[in-house]
Design a protein around this ligand. Sequence first.
Ligand SMILES: NC(=O)c1ccc[n+]([C@@H]2O[C@H](COP(=O)([O-])OP(=O)(O)OC[C@H]3O[C@@H](n4cnc5c(N)ncnc54)[C@H](OP(=O)(O)O)[C@@H]3O)[C@@H](O)[C@H]2O)c1
Length: 271
Amino acid sequence: MNSIAFIGGGNMASCLIGGLLANGYQRRQLSVSDPEDLARKAIQERHQITAFNDNRAAVNSADIVVLAVKPQLIGDIARDLRTALKPRCAVVSIAAGVPLGALRNWLGESLAIVRAMPNTPAMVLNGAAGLFANSHVTSQQRDTVEQLFNAVGSSCWLETENQVDVVTAVSGSGPAYFFLVFEIMQRVAVELGLPAQTARELVLQTARGATEMARSTASPPGELRQQVTSPGGTTERAIETLDNGGLEDLLRRAMQAAVTRAEEMSNDYSS
Ligand SMILES: NC(=O)c1ccc[n+]([C@@H]2O[C@H](COP(=O)([O-])OP(=O)(O)OC[C@H]3O[C@@H](n4cnc5c(N)ncnc54)[C@H](OP(=O)(O)O)[C@@H]3O)[C@@H](O)[C@H]2O)c1
């Protein structure tokens, strides 16, 4: 088993560590570094792993280093780590919008680097992550990185770095799109006469049921939708209203806007 050091002991690091431990990783293979006493204490109490207050000390024997800090801090932190990394280690960055080119400049041209885009449902072990590796990442390192993200959901390897921006628009920002739909459906259900708690339960259970149905069959979602849309019925009337209101165009524009914003954020590091 490779040893993994997390730089930054916040929300994402804590949930990845929890996932690894739940999937059989040994505590002695994991460590974390965070300058905040409270963050270190919280991680130690929750996961009983070694917590450093010195990033360089945390990485010097790690096979995989996960940069789990805010994007605005990552440049200084990565530059500082450059001379402390173990030879032939791999660095994984989960910082949103930080391109491989910038990571390579800070950490070293020949280093194995993976750029990952996880999402918040990782907190409940149902995350979805897109991963993009540079050419220095070995197949064994790929396997370990995959294990890391699969421990809190599922992951997929991407062929080009541009696809990371698309993953950002699909699964990175995606939970918020669904939360917005839940919010609107719950509000309207209450306006139409249901108690708030009933509205919440029906909306969430319906979202879960629809997801499970879509996962349990090879039929595309369009077919499942047609199966519940009887001619002249209530669903047909509702779907017509959504179509006539331009739902598809609206979602297309929203996802395109997220891709554009992700590209702008990456470009900030190139200039
Ligand atoms: N949360 C998500 O769903 C999600 C999804 C995709 C990508 N990401 C990315 O994941 C990264 C981490 O997000 P998060 O939500 O876990 O953030 P977070 O909870 O703020 O965790 C970051 C941790 O790093 C610590 N830190 C600050 N300076 C440090 C330093 N010099 N050395 C080591 N640690 C330091 C922070 O301490 P202080 O609190 O004292 O600053 C904090 O404990 C971000 O880059 C974000 O873009 C997050």
